[in-house]
Design a protein around this ligand. Structure first.
Ligand code: MG
Ligand code: ZN
Length: 368
């Protein structure tokens, strides 16, 4: 008999107390451990509270985000501006440092900082990233690249070769293959053992992911199209990527970053429909991820954004199915940003904290 069971038996004998019931258990947590084996960080670029609200109301007052038991807020500002950009915003999550706008995986002195993805790799975990922008765009790039300014897509692509990332799916094939330095990074990836494929060769929703080999898949030559224009891969690929990494990370676990990249672009365009369609696509992916975490019991899911975009508001006269919206800017704002957490360790994400605390909490929960 285990000591704890013996203790509970004695305890109930003398004091009439009972073993803790499941009622107090954190949703998605099956064992008594509050440490996750796997972490899935989902970033809705530009997804402030109004973006979430607009998605919710437009979807019959329902979102998968409502399944998350813990919600917090982070302070999104960067080291040189109260209004962050996506590079500094993602670097706060990936490296745990406040840095200047435009910095990709480097601190405010432009010194490279090891990312949570790189640390996970070193510790033997499987790693992956999925995005609906180019995979070399500021958000995903900040998890794997170290560049003093953003928008250096070819340099960012070359940084992917310096890692052992198990999986990446996103746009930007041209940055790997049509390069000023003459390198063909797809061929170099193949030499490293990757399966490399793209949307020309395989319709993405037919993509079979064989966990025996690492995988690179390009969803577009440059940026993928919008949901309204027919892009529909994020929910399905999110589901397959989790299953893929769960096999590759069977022993030590995995880290996966999934980005709903274009919620931000809807905000920049001041187009409410663009925001809502991208928000709901991201929420579908969230649903698949939480379904996995619910069954798995060892996976922490964190959903947040780098910043809000558009100064987006829902105004008087709105109804659930017809929102009257407006914008204050075509850039980002400095709003506090929601953080949703599900699974083992999720209780650590309530409250108000710096964006860099997301990195600190992930690192501590992995036990790195
Ligand atoms: Mg982004
Ligand atoms: Zn933006």
């Amino acid at each position: 008999m285990k000591k704890s069971i013996l203790f509970l038996a004695i305890c109930s004998l003398f004091f009439g107390c009972e073993a803790p019931s499941n009622n107090g258990q954190i949703p998605g947590t099956h064992s008594s451990s509050t440490k996750p084996k796997n972490i899935i960080l989902m970033i809705g670029d530009g997804m402030g509270v109004t973006q979430v609200s607009a998605g919710l109301y437009s979807n019959g007052n329902k979102l998968n985000l409502e399944r998350f038991p813990y919600v917090g807020l982070h302070k999104s500002y960067s080291s040189d501006d109260l209004v962050t950009d996506s590079a500094a915003g993602a670097t706060a999550f990936s490296c745990g440092v406040k840095t200047y706008n435009g910095a990709v995986g480097v601190d405010s002195d432009t010194v490279a900082v090891k990312t949570i993805l790189e640390i996970a790799e070193e510790k033997g975990l499987a790693t992956g990233m999925v995005a609906t922008s180019t995979i070399t765009h500021a958000t995903p790039a900040s998890f794997i690249c170290h560049q003093n300014k953003r928008k250096q897509h070819q340099k960012n692509a070359a940084d992917f070769l310096k890692t052992e990332i198990d999986l990446f799916v996103g746009g930007g094939k041209d940055h790997f293959e049509k390069r000023e330095d003459g390198r063909n990074l797809s061929n170099e990836l193949k030499k490293k053992g990757y399966v490399v494929s793209d949307f020309f060769q395989t319709p993405i929703n037919d993509l079979k992911m064989d966990p025996a080999k690492p995988l690179a898949f390009y969803t577009a030559n440059t940026n993928p199209v919008t949901v309204a224009e027919g892009r529909d891969y994020l929910p399905g690929i999110a589901k397959k990527s989790v299953e893929f990494l769960n096999v590759r990370g069977k022993e030590k676990g995995f880290f996966l970053m999934i980005e709903g990249s274009q919620i931000d672009w809807g905000g920049h365009a001041n187009e409410s429909d663009y925001i809502i369609t991208e928000m709901l696509d991201f929420d579908k992916a969230i649903g698949h991820v939480v379904d996995f975490a619910e069954k798995d019991g060892e996976t922490l899911v964190i959903v947040t954004a780098d910043h809000e975009t558009g100064g987006y508001a829902i105004n008087k006269g709105s109804k659930l199915d017809s929102l009257k919206t407006s914008f204050t800017t075509d850039y980002h704002t400095a709003d506090l940003i929601p953080v949703f957490a599900y699974g083992p360790g999720s209780e650590n994400f309530s409250g108000i904290y710096e964006n860099t605390a997301i990195f600190d909490k992930m690192k501590a929960l992995y036990g790195f």
